[in-house]
Design a protein around this ligand. Structure first.
Ligand SMILES: NC(=O)C1=CN([C@@H]2O[C@H](COP(=O)(O)OP(=O)(O)OC[C@H]3O[C@@H](n4cnc5c(N)ncnc54)[C@H](OP(=O)(O)O)[C@@H]3O)[C@@H](O)[C@H]2O)C=CC1
Ligand SMILES: O=C1O[C@H](COP(=O)(O)O)[C@@H](O)[C@H](O)[C@H]1O
Length: 589
């Protein structure tokens, strides 16, 4: 029987990721001993806590079934142990006997940027942390001709060990690389996938095996690959799952079309639509902060919160990705997915449980309660070239893959509203841009004024500056801090702004796992909580599609801003219109 325990990091040992209902006394005792061992040393991510548990315990979901043995299809009706896909093919989806089964992971698009930068390193990190099953193989698949050895050489340059180095790092790398293989093939060739299937079978040597395909390829070939993989290379006796990278379409229509095409070959349960921001530590902690601390949830509404700001900035341009980016732009690249997902998690009502469907149900409700964006509540920008001393920085349109007259925004700011009882009238401001002065992603929550504040004279005229602000800094330098007013020690009565600061690197010395590690592990374990369900996607596109169409039809010209600056001025007018001041303006923010 498949058994599950919480994941590699310490926070997850506190049962935040999975429901530990129905746990046995033996299970509780085991968890307690692990927690004690870990808390005493504050050594937080050295063993994969999921792995040992597989051998002895079973984690059940809130419906009492083993996690994964029963899941829900789109309509919410239970799906049995096996599910018939639309063309009559049977995909067993149970994870039972996972312990004995083999796992084959195929990275499609293995020659690409994301595979090298993120996916192979994440797989190695999972292996290093003993989070992968004992019997696993990794296959790279792409058109580029490469031998196994060449693939190993390429990926070996990107593998790293955790900073809290263990002695056998080199050895672990070698062992991992020995399990990596490569198969060159076309993305639309069933024959080439049948060859892959033969190679996979050779490695699986007749055992029960589960297969995970990671589509790290441009979206125009998603459907071809899914067709070929599902028809020719899905597992005959275990589960077959497919992780799909973004973008999931360009608007409501193309997204619906993509969903339809993928579902022609796969069931919703087999599709893992990845949004890697959901795998970031601070984003995952959002619900923990809110639902497991008494002090936050009571103030989490329009009664106390003045506005919420979701800010993403990068200090580099589209370097090398201009061809992709020009078709999508910053609104589709960052806002419609990463920032909107964070917003949904931030604003959702308390879910019935931590089960994937309960959480995703609440997120969908938020998305469906939102007003579609209006053109007047959006500002767009595009970076232009800039010289600083002897160094010059290119304009967006200097990218050889970008047309000179491109109107694609590399920056956008927007004001969004959730028309429900909790958030009525509260502006949710988003701001996202490339080629800005800093790299940062954060959530800022600005609270209302203290009514009848006894100390208002001490703040001068700007009461707004004296309100509390909670900041969750997603990256870099993960932190949660609360800006408060405090008396400056001394005989007078002078107040200043101070931070109650939880800086992760001071509190938790272990390296934080990359988002891709968490998400890959979840996909392997069949945990869907951090993946996007198709109805979430529909709701997200419904919000942005009318705006995107207007931007196109009205040929809105983006405001230019210099590479490396703080962006265009438009967002300040937008914020002022909604009585908001961006929280990231000062250097001490
Ligand atoms: N790179 C990143 O930082 C991020 C990427 N993503 C998404 O992940 C996916 C992969 O990204 P990335 O690795 O950057 O993509 P790449 O452009 O590097 O493409 C991956 C591989 O796909 C093949 N490929 C590229 N273009 C085509 C084409 N037109 N037709 C057929 N095959 C093609 C190439 O392999 P070969 O020629 O060998 O077949 C290439 O190595 C994309 O969907 C992207 O949007 C998401 C978040 C971040
Ligand atoms: O999805 C994307 O994300 C990256 C930023 O990811 P991060 O984890 O490095 O913050 C962004 O650069 C890219 O344009 C986008 O497609």
């Amino acid at each position: 029987m498949a058994t599950y325990l919480s994941p590699c990091s310490s926070s997850s040992t506190s049962s935040t990721r999975s429901s530990f209902k129905n746990e046995t006394p033996q299970f509780s005792k085991f968890i307690t001993s692990l927690r004690e061992a870990h808390s005493s040393s504050r050594w937080v991510s050295q063993i994969c806590l999921r792995t040992p548990a597989r051998k002895h315990f079973q984690l059940k979901s809130s419906n009492g079934h083993p996690l994964n043995a029963v899941s829900f299809n789109d309509a919410g009706s239970p799906v049995g142990k096996e599910q018939t896909e639309p063309r009559g093919k049977v995909f067993p989806i149970s994870d039972s006997e996972n312990v004995e089964s083999k796992l084959s992971i195929t990275v499609v698009g293995a020659s690409g940027d994301l595979a090298k930068k993120k996916i192979f390193p994440a797989l190695f990190a999972l292996y290093y942390e003993d989070c992968l099953p004992e019997n696993f193989v990794v296959f790279g698949y792409a058109r580029t001709e490469m031998t196994d050895e060449e693939l190993r050489n390429v990926i070996s340059t990107t593998l790293t060990c955790r900073i809290d180095q263990r002695e056998n790092c080199e050895e672990k790398m070698d062992q991992f690389l020995k399990r990596c293989f490569y198969h060159a093939g076309q993305y639309n060739s069933e024959e080439h996938f049948a060859e892959l299937d033969r190679k996979l079978k050779e490695k699986e040597a007749g055992s029960k095996s589960n297969r995970l395909f990671y589509l790290s390829i441009p979206p125009n070939i998603f459907v071809d690959v899914v067709r070929c993989a599902s028809v020719r290379a899905s597992s005959a006796n275990g589960w077959t799952r497919v992780i799909v990278e973004k973008p999931f379409g360009r608007d409501s229509e193309s997204s619906a079309q993509l969903i339809k095409c993928l579902k022609h070959y796969l069931t919703e349960d087999q599709i893992f639509r990845i949004d890697h921001y959901l795998g970031k530590e601070l984003v995952e902690n959002l619900s923990v902060l809110r639902f497991s601390n008494l002090v936050f949830e009571p103030v989490w509404s329009r009664n106390y919160i003045r506005n919420v700001q979701l800010i993403f900035s990068e200090d580099f341009g589209t370097e090398g990705r201009g061809g992709y980016f020009d078709k999508y732009g910053i609104i589709r690249d960052i806002m419609q997915n990463h920032l909107l997902q964070i917003l949904a998690l931030f604003a959702m009502e308390t879910p019935v449980s931590l089960d994937a469907e309960d959480i995703r149900n609440e997120k969908v409700k938020v998305l469906r309660s939102m007003r579609p964006l209006l053109l007047e509540d959006v500002v767009v920008g595009q970076y232009k070239g800039h010289s600083k001393g002897s160094k010059s920085y290119p304009a967006y349109i200097d990218d050889p893959a970008v047309p000179k007259d491109s109107r694609t925004p590399t920056f956008a700011a927007a004001a969004l509203f959730i028309d429900n009882a909790r958030w009525d009238g509260v502006p949710f401001l988003m701001k996202a841009g490339k080629a800005l002065h800093t790299r940062r992603a954060e959530i800022r929550v600005q609270f209302r004024h203290v009514p009848g504040n006894l100390y208002k004279r001490n703040f001068g005229t700007d009461l707004d500056k004296a309100t509390n602000e909670l900041v969750l800094r997603v990256q870099p330098d993960e932190a949660i801090y609360l800006k408060i007013n405090n008396k400056v020690p001394g005989l007078g009565m002078r107040l200043d702004r101070s931070d109650l600061n939880l800086l992760y690197r001071s509190r938790y010395p272990a390296e934080i796992p990359d988002a891709y590690e968490r998400l890959l592990l979840d996909a392997i374990e069949g945990e869907r909580r951090l993946f996007i369900r198709s109805d979430e996607l529909d709701a997200a596109w419904a919000l942005f599609t009318p705006l995107l169409k207007q931007l196109d039809e009205k040929k809105i010209v983006p405001e230019l801003y210099p590479y490396g600056s703080r962006g265009p001025v438009g967002p300040h007018y937008l914020a002022a219109k909604h009585n908001v001041r961006w929280g990231d303006l000062g250097d001490d923010d």
